[in-house]
Structure formats: C-alpha cells, structure tokens
Design a binder for this molecule. Structure first.
Ligand SMILES: [Zn+2]
Length: 247
C-alpha cells in the first residue's frame, strides 16, 4: 500500500553507505520510522529532503514490517535554523524535548501544528526570545494535560487574579494561594502574578506570538525554575550533554 503525506523529519541516520533511516512525525500517524533505500545518493528522489527540521511531502510504501520512502518533495527547510547557531540550539532543544515526551497519537495533530509553528517562529523571527525553549516545554506540558490550570487555588478555589505570594507545589502539581500554603515537605516554587499570567498566555497564544512577550527578569526566573522542576519531577526528564534524558 502506498500513501503520501507531509511529515517533519526528526532524525536521520545512515546505514550501508547509501541507505538512510528517517524518523518522521506526521499529524495523522504520529512518530514513525521509514527507510530511504539509496536515499544518501539519490538527488532526484530526495533532493535536499533528508535533513532534520525539514517539512517534506513524502510518498511512502507501507509494508508489513516497515515503511519505505519512495520520494520526497521539500515543503519547508527552515533554512535559517541551520545558518545561525543560536536559533539552531533552541530548535534542537525543542525537538529533543518533543521526542522525549512521546506524544501519543490522539494528541499528534495539535502537537504537530504547534511544533511546526515553533520551528517557523525560530526560523523567521528577527530575534527569537531566549526563553523560547522554556515556553515550548510549558506549552507541550499544558497541551498534553500534564500541567494544571493556574486560574484558581487548588486547595480553596479562590481565583488566581489576586494571589500575590502564591506557590506551586511541584510534587503534588498543585497551585496554592498564600492562605493555603503551609511550608513543609516538598518543593515549592513561588509564582508571582506576572509569572502566572505568562504561563496562561503561553498556554493560549501560538508560538508565533511568543516573540512579543517581555517578562521581567523576576518572572522569567520563576517561569524557568517552575518548568525545570516540573519537567524533572513529572516527566522524569533532564537536559544533559545536549539531549533530554529520562531520570
Ligand atoms: Zn487557597
């Protein structure tokens, strides 16, 4: 059986000199691996297609045991990502995190659109914000249902707009107003109003708009700390030697 679809290239590896395996992510199939036999030689069938970050229209033959890529046509190579180390570093960080989270098929379409929008923003924005990979992690965690809403205190239900001095209890994944915060066992990250608003904005607004966010250094610090602790504890991931590893 053959099918054709657009997919994002997550990884490429070589084997047997001229053959390649390609890890792909498509909105309908999620993440899958396919082989491109002769892919490292064939300029006609895969011209400029077999590189990480490429969005490609592939023609695929699906066999019983594996998929084979028959040909590809480049849709978007996100060229500036490769030209500038700062952009490339942020894009690699986002992609590695995305792979490590292992988004299940039901969430693939939304995750695919968000990932493509992120790569486009990192490639096209005049100056992508330094916090972009942290926003990305927050957004993936929110979209996949890992991250609770911070609009109300999870203990007493008071609304979040007036919660100066609120904290996030990392291990319990609970947002607590000052009245409900009882310091004790666990890791608490203080969340000012600006940080709560920042997280809610990232949750709602697309990656193309993140360049317009300009948090204070205090909010940026709280936000980074929150995501760092949350991702380490709940997703079991930490960034080591250029990739996310499971703890
Ligand atoms: Zn409360």
């Amino acid at each position: 059986m053959e099918f054709s679809e657009k997919a994002l290239v997550l990884r490429v590896g070589r084997f047997r000199e001229i053959d390649a395996w390609v890890r792909l992510f498509s909105p309908s199939r999620g993440v899958y691996t396919a082989f491109a036999f002769g892919g490292c030689r064939s300029r006609r069938r895969f011209c400029g297609c077999l590189d990480v970050f490429n969005h490609v229209h592939f023609k695929v033959k699906s066999g019983r045991a594996y998929h084979t890529l028959l040909e590809g046509q480049l849709v978007n190579g996100h060229g500036r990502l490769r030209a500038e180390p700062g952009r490339l570093g942020m894009a690699v960080n986002c992609l590695k995190f995305f792979e490590a989270v292992e988004v299940p098929p039901p969430g693939a379409r939304a995750a695919h659109d968000m990932l493509l929008e992120s790569l486009a923003a990192l490639s096209d924005e005049p100056a992508p914000p330094r916090l972009f990979p942290v926003y990305f992690r927050a957004r993936v965690a929110c979209d996949q249902g890992f991250f609770p809403s911070l609009s109300v205190c999870h203990a007493c239900g008071v609304t979040g707009a007036d919660l100066p001095g609120a904290v996030f209890h990392v291990e319990e994944g609970r947002f607590l107003c000052p009245a409900c915060h009882r310091p004790g066992r666990g890791t608490f990250v203080r969340l000012g109003r600006e940080t709560v608003t920042l997280l809610e904005t990232v949750r709602r607004a697309g990656p193309a708009t993140w360049g317009g966010l300009a948090p204070s250094s205090a909010a940026a610090g709280e936000f980074s700390r929150l995501l760092d602790r949350f991702v380490t504890y709940h997703l079991g991931l930490s960034w080591e030697h250029g990739t996310f590893v499971k703890n």
